[in-house]
Write a protein that binds this ligand. Structure first.
Ligand code: PLP
Ligand code: LYS
Length: 435
């Protein structure tokens, strides 16, 4: 049996499987809460994007947005699949260097890159910096001069597109902290600073309209606006872009309400639109870059929890508490994100009632799932929550001094711990005495 809407099986014991392994065995072996990834799904996701570009005969880079889940093992898998990498901080860049990710395939993002971050990027000869603001341009110029180096630069622009997603994860709208506004003269001003520069190799534009988006029309509208500007710059300055980075944001299924498009559909829509514009403006086809994060890691991961207290409030609801919560999955509290889950040791049992899954943090808002249909639950059962592979571990915290959970990769029936569970010593390791 395959679990409804999620790419996992149930074994003969009626237990949830991931990558051919019994989740109950994994929970016993590594403890809970536990993030488990099916690496074959990560690879499948990478290939879906890469192969579509290949089939369309378009030069492309698919950069994994490592903010979704960055760890040395994860970046090694992405490297094996031939992807490029989007990093947004020194920590993400450091992780990439530790994973020996090819530096020429690393792209640095960020709306407030520090001098130190830019220095690290330039000293390590990363492939590209996606410039976000005027302050950053000044710093890059100074650094390149000092180091007597050149670097590829893309300009991040804000096209004024409102994507259909949660307000906190829209990024292409006019009122955004990201990028140069495409319409109010700021992008033009930045262009004049970047184009024909002694050290800066200005390669083209970047645009990311938001995250968890299920349709192609806003991506296409954003691309239309980029080309409107590119046409002006071609006419006024003879500028022709080598690269267009159209961002990430491709939606995944968390619950049955989500209807994600197959990944090739996004790529096909973007490529077909770019091809039309290229013909219209009469330029060569630029390289197309994209930056999926969630679409690579999201559905490959699940989180296993042990169920503890069961509290029934007659006529109100039943709270089932687990041994994690917003410390390992902030998304429900931050974005009211919805998830689905199953009792992993009772998957085949008929569901008899609806319960709400509470985290154990000292916050009423620490609820992982509202109104989940479940079979009869007992303390000690294992709950599996689906699609926690993106923005789960990467947004985890030590709130209430919880140690961070372990991460296990499973592939071809073999499990391997790739991030250790933190100890209480890890939690206090930076604390200094005041006695
Ligand atoms: C610039 C940029 N690129 C890529 C991403 C990855 O987004 P997603 O994980 O939705 O693909 C983000 C996050 O929204 C982003 O800000
Ligand atoms: N952290 C967000 C998406 C990242 C937005 C990055 N610009 C989420 O969990 O949905």
């Amino acid at each position: 049996m395959i679990i409804d809407h999620h790419p996992f099986n149930v074994n003969d014991k009626g237990n949830l499987e991931i990558g051919g392994l019994d989740t109950i065995d994994l929970a016993q072996k590594y403890g809970t809460p536990l993030y488990v990834y099916d690496v074959s799904i990560i690879r499948e996701n990478c290939r879906a994007f890469v192969n579509t570009f290949r089939e369309l005969g378009v030069n492309a880079q698919v950069a994994y947005a490592s903010k979704a889940f960055s760890s040395i093992a994860m970046l090694q898998v992405v490297k094996q699949e031939g992807l490029s990498l989007d990093v947004v901080s020194e920590g993400e860049l450091f992780t990439a260097l530790q994973a020996e990710f090819p530096v020429e395939k690393i792209h640095l993002h960020g709306n407030n890159k520090s001098f130190h971050e830019l220095t690290m990027a330039i000293e390590n000869n990363i492939g590209c910096i996606v410039v976000d603001n005027f302050y950053e341009i000044q710093m890059i110029e100074k650094l390149l001069q000092e180091h007597n180096k050149e670097i590829d630069i893309l300009m991040r622009v804000t096209p004024g597109i409102i994507s259909k997603t949660h307000q906190y994860i829209m990024t292409g709208n006019e009122d955004s902290k990201f990028g140069f506004n495409l319409h109010n003269g700021q992008a033009d001003e930045a262009f004049k600073l970047l184009y024909n520069h002694d050290y800066i190799r200005f390669k083209g534009l970047h645009c990311h309209i938001g995250s968890q988006i299920f349709e192609t029309d806003r991506f296409v509208s954003a691309t239309d606006l980029l080309f409107k500007k590119l046409k002006e710059w071609k006419n006024d300055y003879g500028f022709v872009p080598d690269i267009l980075n159209l961002g990430g944001g491709f939606g995944i299924r968390y619950t049955s309400e989500d209807k994600p498009l197959p990944y090739n559909k996004y790529v096909e829509a973007l490529v077909s639109n770019v091809k039309q514009h290229v013909e219209d403006v009469n330029i060569q086809m630029p390289e197309i870059w994209i930056e999926p994060g969630r679409a690579i890691a999201g559905n490959a991961g699940i989180t296993l929890y042990t169920i503890g207290s069961i509290k029934k409030i007659p006529g109100v609801r039943e709270y089932i508490s687990v041994d994690g919560g917003l410390t390992d999955n902030l998304r429900p509290a931050l974005y009211q994100a919805k998830y689905e889950g199953v009792v992993a040791n009772k998957v085949n049992q008929p569901t008899t009632n609806e319960v709400s899954i509470a985290g154990k943090c000292c916050e009423s808002g620490d609820m992982l799932i509202w109104d989940l249909p479940v079979p009869k639950i007992e303390s000690g059962d294992i709950l599996a929550v689906f699609s926690t592979g993106a923005y789960g571990y990467s947004m985890s915290s030590h709130y209430n001094r919880f140690p961070k959970a372990a991460v296990v990769f499973v592939e071809d029936g073999v499990d391997k711990q790739v991030v250790q569970r933190e100890t209480f010593q890890d939690v206090v390791k930076n604390d200094l005495s005041y006695e």
